[in-house]
Structures are given as structure tokens and as C-alpha cells.
Design a binder for this molecule. Structure first.
Ligand SMILES: [Zn+2]
Length: 125
């Protein structure tokens, strides 16, 4: 095992299961074949069968947003697959609105945003 493979194995073992499932399904086209093999081996070690991985892929494909080239888009706030797209203000220091921008959120950040700003209506459409 070379240094690159050892690094991939260590990072894979330290990653959470949902992230690994997303990498070998939604973001599979972005991955090197060797990395896919290592992640699939780790998922197998954690008890995930091919059927479970396929079920995750099917679930994600029903909800995630894809770009013009057909590839899955990532959340603006993290590396998870985006499920909603919205408009929001780009803010200086997180406060002063400068210009509207397109943002995308994963399931987690969509829920957090809705919970923190349930009545948000700042006129961006
Ligand atoms: Zn996110």
C-alpha cells in the first residue's frame, strides 16, 4: 500500500457513514477508481451490502439537485448533496446585504435554515 492509498484508507475510516455513501453514489463520477474500491470495502466492513448502497443511491437521486451537466450539486455550506435551491443575500460580515445570490442546501442545512429563520421574507425572489 503506497502513501496515497494509506491516506485514503485513514480518511475513509475516520469519515461518517453517510458521507461515504454519498461519495460512492451521488458523487461517484468525481471519485478515483481506487478511492471507490477503498470506500466500498470500508462500507462493507461497516455492514453495508450492495443492496443497501443502491437503496441510498435511489433515495438520494429522488431528492438531490443536478446541474446542467447532470452532475449532483453540493450544499453551499457543506459537501453533502443539495436538495433545495434558493435565493439569499450575500452579506458583508454576515449582516449587511450586498447582492442576491443563488444558494443550495442539503437536508441538514435546509432544516437548520428553516428553524433559524422560519418567517424570513427579505424580498429576495
Ligand atoms: Zn449542508
Amino acid at each position: 500500500m503506497n502513501v496515497d492509498q494509506k491516506t485514503i484508507v485513514e480518511r475513509t475510516q475516520a469519515s461518517d457513514t453517510e458521507e461515504l455513501l454519498d461519495r460512492v453514489t451521488v458523487f461517484r463520477e468525481d471519485m478515483e477508481p481506487e478511492a471507490i474500491r477503498i470506500i466500498e470495502a470500508e462500507l462493507s466492513r461497516r455492514g453495508f451490502t450492495d443492496d443497501a448502497i443502491l437503496a441510498h443511491a435511489k433515495n438520494r437521486c429522488e431528492s438531490n439537485i443536478v446541474g446542467d451537466d447532470g452532475s449532483a450539486l453540493r450544499c453551499t455550506s457543506c459537501d453533502r448533496p443539495a436538495i433545495v435551491e434558493d435565493r439569499d443575500w450575500f452579506r458583508v460580515f454576515g449582516k449587511l446585504p450586498i447582492f442576491p445570490r443563488s444558494v443550495r442546501y442539503c437536508e441538514l442545512h435546509s432544516r437548520e435554515r428553516h428553524e433559524s429563520r422560519p418567517d424570513d421574507d427579505d424580498g429576495v425572489t
